[in-house]
Design a protein. Structure first.
Length: 160
């Protein structure tokens, strides 16, 4: 009879461990992304909300071995924001700077910054937060000398 309460306690403890093991630390991150029409992509993600974008070029320029580094689309395409924040973290400034250099060196290139969020918050709040995060990246790029005509912002909230 003593075994029954012990078995029940063990089952409860095991259930708690299993449930804790199911939690995800990175699954609800959002981000900013960039992609190109030639199949390469770049993104930036954030905790809870983020943005993404797309590079496009009317000239179809690519990155050959003999081209300058600024003519290559930067490899790092994801940045993360803190939960419920729209400030670019200092650790990601160099990523956005690399994209600013690319866009300045390629004036025909365009980028669309898409704002995304996780499921927390109302639809309206998430749409606004996604737009603020994409806007933060847009402002940063503009300060770095990227033409406003090369950038646009769209927010999807948690929809995409």
């Amino acid at each position: 009879m003593q075994l029954k309460p012990l078995a029940r306690s063990l089952a409860v403890a095991l259930s708690i461990v299993v449930i804790a093991g199911c939690s995800s630390t990175g699954g609800t991150q959002d981000g900013d992304s960039y992609g190109s029409q030639d199949g390469s992509s770049m993104g930036s993600n954030t905790s809870g909300v983020g943005t993404s974008g797309q590079y496009g070029s009317t000239s179809g320029s690519g990155a050959g071995a003999g081209q300058q580094a600024d003519s290559r689309i930067p490899e790092v395409r994801t940045i993360y924001f803190d939960y419920d924040r729209d400030t670019i973290k200092s650790e990601y400034e160099s990523v956005v700077m690399a994209h600013a250099r690319y866009l300045r060196a390629n004036p025909n290139a365009r980028v669309v910054l898409h704002g995304h969020t996780d499921e927390r918050g109302t639809r309206e709040y998430n749409m606004a937060l996604g737009e603020r995060r994409a806007g933060a990246v847009q402002r940063f790029l503009n300060i770095q000398g990227v033409s406003p005509s090369q950038m646009s912002v769209v927010s999807y909230g948690e929809e995409r």
